[in-house]
Design a protein around this ligand. Structure first.
Ligand code: 5GP
Ligand code: ZN
Length: 119
């Protein structure tokens, strides 16, 4: 299947990994909307919210919670937005949850710097 996120899971495309277990992988978004913008994806290919099974979905939310605490600690963010796109607005058709840290003061979106703090 020609899926960019399956290729990331298979190691065909490099990624800045910040969390991994048997079910999910979390890595920095290549084109971040904010400093530390992260994606959590299931290792198994599910297209979207309609497709994904509830156990995996719940696991993803638990990982989001864990990573939020890490972002508060390591990035000193002032908030966090979770986004999950479906349908026409979804660019990559492999389920993913966006974690976008929010900062009250403008912060540079440097990928390498965020990676050093979160890896
Ligand atoms: P969507 O609109 O599907 O919710 O967002 C897809 C996200 O995946 C975008 O924010 C985009 O920057 C990110 N993305 C697309 N291709 C890659 C990639 O090869 N590596 C990484 N790290 N992120 C990607
Ligand atoms: Zn996939």
């Amino acid at each position: 299947m020609d899926c960019v996120f399956c290729k990331i899971i298979n190691g065909e495309i490099p990624n800045k990994k910040i969390y991994e277990d048997d079910i999910v992988l979390a890595f920095l978004d290549i084109n971040p909307d904010s400093f530390g913008h992260t994606l959590i994806i299931p290792k198994k290919h599910y297209q979207d919210l309609a497709d994904i099974d509830n156990d995996t979905l719940l696991h993803i939310m638990n990982v989001a919670k864990k990573l939020m605490l890490k972002m508060q600690d390591k990035l000193n963010c002032d908030g966090l937005t979770l986004i999950q796109n479906n349908g026409l607005i979804q660019e990559v058709k492999h389920f993913h949850l966006h974690l976008k840290p929010f900062y009250k003061n403008k912060k540079d979106k440097n990928l390498e710097e965020a990676y050093l703090l979160l890896k």
